[in-house]
Design a protein around this ligand. Structure first.
Ligand code: UTP
Length: 290
């Protein structure tokens, strides 16, 4: 993958059933961790990785995401009039000026692989990133996607983020069988979608960050529905592996919070609150009172 990463796809067309009833009207990606919605953390990570084109794969219920990144004329005029410059900067800073947001629709929730395929007309034939905003990855230094984009360029290969998970949870993830190259990367031999713990080749689970070549789109077009009747991204990556022989699994630097479920969202919120001394005090007080 010779070109640097410029485009990042955010598949956000899922139904978010684990947060019902809130997700009847609030997109899961708009749930806040403190004062920022999940999608903002994901966008910041993509921009940090060098992206200037963000592709949101949404459905007809998720207009709030487009509204969030759009100009808020009335609010901005009011804040300007009142001289509230810090708040104005916050409102205007959701998307840097050099970055464009493009929205495409996934007509039916046919799986993550299908959602990524919907971005094909915008991405074309170049390497791109995929970020699932419900996996919030916090790191003090380089963001996880930037680490992966740099590796993809030096190694000329697709890169998939992985993390060790408890053995009894392999059936919740795509699991890789991989040959270690160094402390953080490994060459993938094989991938399995949600294997039972007894059948899992390892406990290295695929999490929500990928850097992939444009070729993946043709492979997705040929992918038949797999686990759960959905078009699985994992199956297309398996095909890429067979074809190109080299796809890397990468153990990123940073802490991942699975904000697709309530426990993860609580953890992420507490973690972020602990970074702010005045809020850290509140977290400690509350924890003590229980
Ligand atoms: P999840 O498996 O978390 O599903 O999708 P979900 O619908 O978002 O949430 P639950 O399980 O019902 O609570 C993983 C990612 O893939 C996207 C989701 O938006 C999420 O970012 N996705 C999934 C799509 O964009 N389209 C799909 O058809 C399926």
């Amino acid at each position: 993958m010779s070109k640097p990463l410029r485009k990042v796809v955010f598949p956000v067309a899922g139904l978010g059933t684990r947060f019902l009833p809130a997700t009847k009207v609030v997109a899961k990606e708009m749930l806040p961790v403190l004062d920022r919605p999940l999608i903002q953390y994901a966008v910041d990570e993509a921009v940090d990785a060098g992206a200037d084109t963000l592709v949101f794969v949404t459905n007809r219920y998720k207009h709030a995401i487009a509204d969030y990144f759009d100009k808020a004329y009335e609010l901005e005029a009011k804040l300007q009039e009142k001289g509230k410059d810090d708040l104005l900067a916050l409102v205007q800073g959701t998307l840097p000026r050099h970055v464009r947001a493009i929205f495409v629709t996934q007509p039916e929730a046919l799986g993550l692989g299908h959602a990524v395929l919907c971005a094909k007309p915008v991405v074309g034939d170049e390497p791109f990133g995929v970020v699932l905003p419900d996996d919030l990855i916090w790191n003090q230094g380089r963001g996880a996607l930037r680490q992966m984009a740099e590796l993809a360029q030096t190694e000329q290969a697709g890169v998939i983020a992985v993390e060790e998970v408890p053995h009894d949870q392999t059936d919740k993830y795509g699991i890789v069988d991989a040959e270690p190259v160094n402390e953080r990367s490994a060459r993938i031999r094989h991938m399995v979608e949600k294997p039972k713990p007894a059948e899992a080749p390892s406990n290295l689970a695929v999490v929500g960050r990928y850097v992939l070549p444009g070729r993946i789109f043709q492979l997705l077009e040929q992918t038949k529905p797999g686990a759960g009747g959905e078009i699985q991204l994992t199956d297309a990556i398996e095909a890429l592996l067979t074809e190109q022989g080299k796809v890397l699994a990468y153990r990123f630097e940073g802490t991942r919070f699975d904000c697709g479920n309530k426990a993860g969202l609580v953890r992420a919120t507490m973690h972020m609150a602990m970074q702010d001394p005045s809020l850290a005090k509140v977290v400690r007080e509350v924890a003590k009172s229980y």
